[in-house]
Design a protein around this ligand. Structure first.
Ligand SMILES: C[S@@+](CC[C@H](N)C(=O)[O-])C[C@H]1O[C@@H](n2cnc3c(N)ncnc32)[C@H](O)[C@@H]1O
Length: 256
């Protein structure tokens, strides 16, 4: 499935599947963007980062392939949105102060090409968010639950559309494109008071973009999953972190 079709379908529920950027994430970003005014949000989506960055005084230009996602960003007051591919940005060389990308790399077959393109358009800073989960395949316990969710949904008459392919990049992979100037590690807290079933429900939405499945069917699948897998998968409660990798655009342009 192409990215724009997949994300047009997911757009109505996307914001329920990802937390809002935390204070810690925004503090790290605003520090990295200090001295910058214009910020490109590459793969802006629903404006999850673009909207709060605007509130912090940055002028944000969002680029994305999915009109459905960008409609949500517009509704949050992000006015400058352009439909284009990240591999060929419709921006002149060094035309923005900073370029930023969050939760997009895993969709890109060629991360180095996208990074070099960000380096081309940015004058001062390129920042990419690399959550720890980008680096590893989902553990077997999660894969089993996902496969069973898909099976039960199909049995109930709601086949789950296939997702586009996902790619994994490590910090080492990205450092091989060009040496980063800084890596900021930010601890993430879980939603306070979220119980196991809520967590499982959020996970199912995240994994499957289950927007087309009626809530009562989704609920019934979760009830059966819970009965079949009463224990939480290992590692569910472990603290998580995210990382912001920052490059001098000059290095990305030179590939050093
Ligand atoms: C998981 S969402 C992330 C959105 C936002 N950055 C966030 O952190 O919530 C990925 C976004 O990247 C966009 N996207 C994926 N591949 C793209 C490409 N090659 N060119 C432009 N946008 C792309 C999708 O349409 C989608 O809106």
């Amino acid at each position: 499935m192409s990215e724009e079709v997949e994300f047009d379908r997911i757009a109505p529920i996307y914001d329920e599947t990802r937390p809002r950027p935390s204070e810690g994430e925004l503090a790290a970003l605003t520090a990295l963007f200090s001295g910058c005014r214009t910020v490109l949000d590459a793969g802006v989506g629903t404006g999850r980062f673009a909207a709060p960055l605007r509130s912090h005084g940055f002028e944000v230009i969002g680029v994305d392939l999915s009109l459905g996602m960008m409609r949500r960003a517009r509704a949050k007051g992000v006015p400058q949105l352009v439909r284009a591919t990240l591999f060929q940005l419709p921006l002149a060389d060094r035309s923005v102060d900073a370029a930023f990308m969050s939760h997009v790399l895993q969709l890109l077959p060629d991360a180095s090409r996208a990074l070099r393109e960000l380096g081309r358009v940015a004058r001062r800073q390129v920042v990419v968010q690399l959550p720890e989960w980008f680096e590893r395949s989902p553990p077997e316990a999660w894969r089993l639950r996902r496969a069973r969710y898909v099976e039960l949904a199909a049995e109930m008459g709601y086949p789950v559309p296939e997702r586009g392919q996902r790619y994994r990049y490590t910090l080492e992979d990205l450092s091989a494109v060009a040496s980063p100037a800084a890596v900021h590690v930010v601890p993430l807290s879980r939603a306070p008071g979220e119980n196991t079933d809520e967590r499982l429900s959020r996970w199912a939405m995240e994994m499957l973009g289950g927007g087309h499945i009626p809530p009562e069917v989704h609920g019934e699948i979760l009830r059966r999953l819970r009965a079949e897998f009463p224990a939480d998968p290992p590692g569910t409660d472990r603290p998580r972190t995210t990382r912001f990798i920052a490059w001098d655009p000059v290095r990305l342009r030179a590939g050093t």
